[in-house]
Design a binder for this molecule. Structure first.
Ligand SMILES: [Zn+2]
Length: 140
């Protein structure tokens, strides 16, 4: 997986010495994770909203998945010709459930329960060839 290129959206993920992480926040009172960042805790049972920055990943378990068999509507972008890909819903070990594209050659190979790791990779290319990078999950 390459990590050259430009993030699809700035501020959602970062590269650390230990690999990529999702950038979010967590309430220190009730431990609810938020991605993207939240300035307030939205847990109705939480007694006091205390938000601090948090990063999430890299390990998790695939909770659900589906194959995107047709091109997603705008503003989503993709390379032509369109190639179906697998989308996963992953439970990260640190408590966040998050959607991401699966970094696999064969979208049908993805199985619920797969152990996965967070990776960065291109989801499309700009006209000048620059890779638009986002987070993905790769079975391990
Ligand atoms: Zn809270």
């Amino acid at each position: 997986m390459t990590t050259e290129g430009t993030p699809v959206i700035e501020g959602l993920f970062s590269e650390t010495a230990d690999g990529p992480r999702l950038v979010g926040s967590r309430c220190t009172t009730c431990t609810t994770p938020y991605f993207p960042k939240s300035s307030l805790c939205h847990n109705p049972e939480c007694t006091e909203s205390k938000i601090e920055d948090a990063s999430f990943g890299p390990l998790g378990t695939l909770w659900s998945s589906s194959i995107q068999n047709y091109p997603p509507p705008p503003p989503a972008r993709y390379d032509e010709p369109y190639e179906p890909y697998a989308l996963g819903v992953v439970d990260l070990a640190d408590g966040l459930r998050v959607v991401g594209r699966m970094a696999v050659e064969d979208p049908a190979s993805v199985q619920v329960g797969d152990r996965v790791e967070l990776v960065l990779g291109p989801i499309y290319h700009e006209e000048d060839g620059t890779e638009a990078i986002s987070w993905m999950f790769r079975p391990i």
